[in-house]
Design a protein around this ligand. Structure first.
Ligand SMILES: Cc1cc2nc3c(=O)[nH]c(=O)nc-3n(C[C@H](O)[C@H](O)[C@H](O)COP(=O)(O)O)c2cc1C
Length: 187
């Protein structure tokens, strides 16, 4: 089995990255890979409807998005992780979510019933709308979305501070355990 995490932070090895790795630690015997969305040039959706007409699981104008979407098609589940930026996801994550949803709907939701979860890390406030933005995309694509012991969030500002939020780390660990349990049931 394989789980791919998409990190919407521009900071390499930052708080979102550590949070994702914490979930990964609980996905024992499962292949994992973390992808930084900022390493790709995802273009904004222009509502051209080419994906709806072509039905080839691709955006006709976005080779980088297509690479990422192929990773999802080849996986058993995904994690979406974003820092809170002005009470929502980062711009790069939003570009990804728009195409994730529209290419999925154009192709009859090819990732339906895979496992999908989201993670938000922020300094003070705005975690819930950030999670809602990512969960909305997962749910509309028919991913099955497990929860944790609390919403999947941590309070952390400075790079690395997520490691000091013991409650947040515990939430991410429990999320990993729930994902592993669900993946096994769905197999
Ligand atoms: C442009 C920008 C906007 C931000 N907006 C918020 C916010 O609305 N609420 C919040 O709690 N933190 C906000 N933050 C802080 C980040 O969410 C926080 O530093 C987070 O830990 C960064 O995660 P990373 O290390 O994975 O990039 C913002 C940071 C930046 C750079």
């Amino acid at each position: 089995m394989k789980i791919i995490a998409f990190n919407g932070s521009p900071r390499k090895d930052g708080n979102t990255s550590i949070a994702i790795d914490t979930v990964f630690e609980e996905l024992k015997n499962i292949e994992t890979n973390q992808i930084y969305l900022y390493d790709y040039e995802i273009k904004p959706c222009t509502a051209c409807s080419a994906c709806v007409n072509n039905k080839d699981c691709k955006c006709a104008h976005d080779a980088d998005f297509n690479k990422l979407y192929q990773e999802i098609l080849d996986s058993d589940g995904i994690i979406l992780g974003s820092p809170v930026y002005v009470a929502s996801v980062t711009g790069q994550m939003k570009l990804f979510l728009d195409k994730l949803a529209i290419v999925s709907k154009a192709n009859n939701d090819p990732n339906a019933r895979k496992v999908g979860s989201s993670i938000a890390v922020g300094r003070r406030a705005g975690h819930l709308p950030t999670l809602q933005a990512m969960n909305s995309a997962l749910l509309v694509c028919q991913f099955i979305v497990p929860g944790s012991s609390y919403w999947n969030m941590s309070i952390a500002g400075a790079k690395g501070a997520v490691s000091e939020d013991s409650e947040g780390i515990g939430i991410f660990r429990q999320l990993g355990k729930n994902m592993a349990w669900l993946l096994e049931k769905l197999q």
